[in-house]
Design a protein around this ligand. Structure first.
Ligand code: SAH
Length: 215
């Protein structure tokens, strides 16, 4: 894996364009600048790595659009040492961006093939991210509670067990909806256990798989 000056230059441009689209958290932008996105695409698709677009990664899944990764990361208000649970590991790119911001990342993937591939790949990259194979709707009770939870697949509704695994004061960010387009929401768990919800516009994600995985 080679991160050349050319790659770094393309990444700078991408980060500038994401800043222009409204992302303000400099730590998010620095993390995007630090993670070589071209490592996450098959080498034959190199020229697409620094377009601000989603891209197929196999098993019918996609690596999210860089702007969307930045947007969700900004909503999470990440602080170093925060424990973050991600639902939908996919390529592992979003997880690396959060790890680059100093978070302790836990991530669940529903498709076994993808889980195995990404696990091996993240080890190679040297990121210390804990990956799990299973249904993200159940969370990872053994490591709860989390400072924040991020869902990176379209969820028809927020699974109750994830809300339980959030710390008081914690944030959950997710695209919610059953159709092609979802609404990005952020829920804050208040000290009294109630939730406050904000909405942040329309996004498109692949659907969250319910019980069956295609593996
Ligand atoms: N965060 C990823 C992109 C996610 S695409 C990245 O940075 O590349 C959505 C991912 O969620 C897919 O890999 C899909 O297999 C996974 N997924 C779908 N339903 C799931 C579920 N119930 N639990 C865990 N992962 C799920």
């Amino acid at each position: 894996m080679l991160d050349s000056y050319r790659h770094k230059g393309m990444r700078k441009k991408l980060v500038d364009s994401i800043r222009k689209k409204g992302i303000q958290d400099e730590r998010v932008l620095a993390a995007l600048d630090a993670v070589p996105r071209h490592y996450f695409l098959d080498s034959s698709f190199l020229e697409f790595a620094y377009d601000d677009k989603p891209f197929p990664i196999g098993s019918g899944q996609t690596i999210s659009q860089p702007y969307t990764v930045a947007f969700q990361s900004e909503l999470l208000a990440v602080r170093p040492a925060h424990k973050i649970l991600e639902i939908g590991t996919g390529s592992g790119y979003q997880a690396c961006v959060l790890a680059e911001m100093g978070a302790k990342v836990f991530s669940i993937e529903r498709q076994r093939k993808l889980y195995l591939k990404t696990k091996e790949f993240l080890n190679k990259l040297g990121y210390n991210i804990r990956l799990f194979y299973g249904d993200g709707a159940k969370g990872v009770p053994a490591f709860a509670p989390f400072d924040s939870i991020l869902i990176t697949a379209a969820a028809p509704e927020i699974p109750e067990s994830l809300l339980t695994q959030l710390k008081p004061g914690g944030l959950l960010v997710a695209p919610i909806g059953r159709g092609d387009v979802q609404t990005m929401i952020r829920m804050r768990k208040l000290e009294n256990g109630q939730f406050e919800t904000e909405e942040f516009g329309d996004f498109r994600f692949v659907p969250m798989l319910q019980n069956k995985a295609n593996d």
